[in-house]
Design a protein around this ligand. Structure first.
Ligand code: BTN
Length: 260
């Protein structure tokens, strides 16, 4: 009798755990951010994660659509950091570093992942990942933050206005699940750095990967375009833009390369 004969032929799938993360696996959802919010509102702990094979209403920043066919990674983590609400945006930089390190492990050696303010990850100038942070606050405390992360694994949308790429188009033969496991490992590591040492090491690592540092960029804040050399990020993640009137700190906006 074979060694495996006493085991049932189909074992239930083992839960996916990458401490401190526990992954809830879904087939198709509207948006993993919505499912993660529902978990958070029902009291799920820090590290609860939703991963879906497909999204029917994936969202990007500024209520843009995030096309979400099967093959790419769509995941959202419930985070409950013990810091004041004003530090929420720092988590976007923590997540971007985790994504950059993740995609680099699957890219050809010497192909870097670079970062565009606030939270985009680019490969050879094209977007490979986007991050959507959503939070709920109780007075002076963070109740939860959802870090929603999309990574283009097998394909990227074809939109000339927003050039995008995927791991597969750089020759990586990898599944969304493999990318998720690496992502959670790097996210756990960067969260620990941030919790133990604050934003300074995150800022330094982010700046080392920043695109267009010291080059002229244009930031759109609402409808107002503002151009000048990009001088990096401040101690809290605000974009620093040099203007004839002095250095402007920008906390929200859309960056375009060049004078606009
Ligand atoms: C952006 O670059 O505009 C952010 C895109 C964020 C997409 C991810 S995919 C997983 C999670 N669920 C969503 O609906 N959005 C985020």
């Amino acid at each position: 009798m074979g060694l495996n004969a006493s085991f049932p032929s189909s074992l239930p799938a083992a839960p996916l755990v990458v401490p401190p993360f526990m992954v809830h696996v879904r087939d198709i959802v509207a948006s993993t951010n919505d499912d993660a919010k529902a978990l958070a509102n029902a009291g799920s702990p820090h590290g609860s994660v939703v991963w879906a094979r497909e999204q029917s209403a994936g969202r990007g920043r500024y209520t843009r659509q995030w096309l979400s066919p099967p093959g790419n990674l769509y995941t959202s983590a419930v985070l409950r950091p013990d810091v004041p609400p004003a530090r929420t945006a720092e988590l976007g930089f923590v997540a971007a570093l985790a994504v950059a390190e993740t995609v680099e492990t699957f890219l050809p050696v010497g192909t870097p992942a670079r970062l565009k303010w606030p939270n985009d990850v680019l490969v050879k100038g094209q977007k490979i990942s986007g991050i959507l942070l959503e939070g709920q606050f109780n007075g002076m405390d963070i109740a939860w933050v959802i870090a929603g992360i999309g990574i283009n694994v097998t394909g990227a949308p074809d939109n000339p206005a927003y050039p995008a790429t995927s791991l597969a188009s750089h020759g990586a033969d990898v599944t969304a699940r493999e990318v998720l496991v690496k992502l959670l490992e790097r996210l756990g590591a960067w969260l620990e750095v941030w919790q133990n040492n604050g934003f300074a090491p995150v800022r330094a690592a982010w700046m080392a990967r920043a695109v267009k540092l010291n080059d002229v960029v244009t930031v759109r804040i609402g409808t107002e375009p503002l151009s000048g050399p990009f001088r990096g990020i401040d101690h809290d993640g605000a974009l620093l833009l040099e203007t004839p009137q002095g250095t402007r700190r920008i906390t929200a906006g859309e960056v375009a390369f060049g004078p606009g």
